[in-house]
Design a protein around this ligand. Structure first.
Ligand code: 5GP
Length: 173
C-alpha cells in the first residue's frame, strides 16, 4: 500500500480552511451557529475549521456509518445523534467527503425534521462524478476526481486518519 505522496498538501489544506472559515464567518455574523461534525472522518477538518471561524458558535457531533449493500444502495446507521436542541439554531453540517451523497442526504433530512432555523452543508472534499443523490452543498473545500483518498481524518480500514495531508490510496498486492 502506498500513501506517501500528498495529493493535497498541508499548506493547501490550511489555505483552503482559512478561505472556508472566512466565508462562513461572514455568512453567520449575528446568527446562532451550531456547527455539527460528522464522525469519524470529519474530526480533523472540523476541529481545524471551527478554530478559524470568527463568530460565536456551539458544537455537536453525529456518528454515522454507511454499509454499502450493492453498488447503488447504502444503509446508513447513526450511532450517535445530536444532543443539542436545534430548533431556532442555524446549523452547519460539516462532512469530510461527499461521494454518492447518500449519507449526507439522509442526515440532512433527519436534521430538517427537527426544524432548525437554517441548515447549510460544508464538505472538505467533493467527488461530484460519483453523485447518486442530489444534495445541496453550500461550502466545498476541494473538488476531487473519482479516487479513494486517505489522510486528514479519512481512513482505509480505520487507518491513515492521522496523515496530515490527503493522499490517493493505492492498494498494491
Ligand atoms: P456517500 O454516502 O456520499 O457515498 O459516502 C460518504 C462517506 O463515504 C464518507 O463520509 C466517507 O466515510 C466514505 N468515503 C467516500 N469516499 C471516500 C474516499 O475517497 N476515502 C475515504 N477514506 N472515505 C470515503
Amino acid at each position: 500500500m502506498v500513501v506517501g505522496t500528498p495529493f493535497l498538501t498541508v499548506e493547501q489544506i490550511q489555505k483552503k480552511n482559512r478561505e472556508l472559515a472566512d466565508m462562513i464567518s461572514a455568512d453567520y455574523r449575528g446568527k446562532n451557529l451550531l456547527a455539527v461534525g460528522i464522525l469519524k472522518g470529519a474530526f480533523i477538518f472540523f476541529s481545524d475549521l471551527v478554530r478559524l471561524i470568527r463568530v460565536p458558535l456551539t458544537i455537536d457531533f453525529i456518528i454515522a456509518s454507511s454499509y454499502l449493500k450493492a453498488e447503488t444502495s447504502g444503509e446508513i446507521k447513526v450511532h450517535y445523534h445530536l444532543r443539542e436542541d436545534i430548533s431556532g439554531k442555524d446549523v452547519l453540517l460539516v462532512e469530510d467527503i461527499v461521494d454518492t451523497g447518500i449519507t449526507l442526504n439522509y442526515l440532512r433530512e433527519r436534521i430538517l425534521n427537527a426544524q432548525p432555523r437554517s441548515l447549510k452543508i460544508c464538505t472538505f472534499l467533493n467527488k461530484k462524478e460519483r453523485r447518486e443523490v442530489d444534495v445541496p452543498i453550500d461550502y466545498v473545500g476541494f473538488e476531487i476526481p473519482n479516487k479513494f483518498v486517505v489522510g486528514y481524518g479519512l481512513d482505509y480500514d480505520n487507518k491513515y486518519r492521522n496523515l496530515p495531508y490527503i493522499s490517493i490510496f493505492k492498494n498494491i498486492a
